[in-house]
Design a protein around this ligand. Sequence first.
Ligand code: KG4
Length: 347
Amino acid sequence: MCIILGIETSCDETAAAVYDFKNRRLLSNEVFSQIKLHEIYGGVVPEIASRSHLEKIDIIIQQALNKSNKNLEKIDYIAVTTTPGLVGSLLIGICFAKALVYAKNKKIIAVNHLEGHVFSSCLKDDFSTINVEFPHISLLVSGGNSAFYLVDDFGKYKVIGQTLDDAAGEAFDKIAKIIGFGYPGGAKIEQAAAEVGFKDFFHYPRLKNINKDLNLSFSGLKTAVLYDLVKRNAYNLQDGPVWENLTMELQNKVSSSLLVCIGDIFETKLKLAFKLYPGVKAFTFVGGVACNKYLVKRLQGICQKYNKRFISPPCKFCGDNAAMIAFVAGYKSYKNEFSPLTLDVLK
Ligand code: KG4
């Protein structure tokens, strides 16, 4: 018993994947991104997200089954993200999974979305999987989360530091919106920063007491960037961007200074993490923001210095996906951690 169908609908991606646990191999990984539906609103609209999941979920699951050359009869377990996320979005995936389980008499496995991200480090571009040594530290940075985890084993992990306010991805997205890049902005910030060589032009404030603990905070940084733009007459608090002053050069410099600042914060915190947990063997960088090659390079550099293995999954497994959900369900099935069909939803 080892073929698992994973379903992920926690936010704005409808995703399904098939994973062969016995051979530790992904057989398919399908994602429908709703970005186009939300970008005109400058962020995810929960109502639109739920409706779109409902429209797409059967199609995406069928695609994942087709690409894996399996039909539902060949699936042993159905894994679904049950928390955290937008409730209306989660419910679409959960209800669909429950219906399949009822109809086909399968077993269901509830998976925590963040646990999925933490173990996405085991997924490789060619659909094979790798072993990541334990214990290791994982930095999960996405649009909704920013946290350091100490990972002792499969399914055994704890938060050792987290954002006290916004996620780093949210800071990228909000500032991108302020400087007119649209939503989501992380990738555009990286492109703009590259144009001016990833230099620190404006020296935005780093965290106070940065070496105190592994917690993070990005809302002060967001405000600092906003007020710096107001001071430069490039942004008006009532009317928004002042386009004649918000030049492309300024957009690039803001992007670059922001990225360097966040890179400095992550670097300092990672060094502290290695001091606090000297026995860890590896570090993994996961979540949508881990698509950022500049940040990957900087954190990789720190790992080299401290002689720790660095792992970051390919971009397709950094953003929300169902492969990571099916992967987690693999070791859960091995430990007999199935969920009741009543499924303690949203826990
Ligand atoms: O993991 P993810 O897909 O899920 C959500 O939290 O929804 O992460 C999305 C986040 C967004 O904030 C996006 O701006 C950010 O990841 N992101 C990036 C890059 N690519 C995506 N941030 C920085 N640099 C990138 N290249």
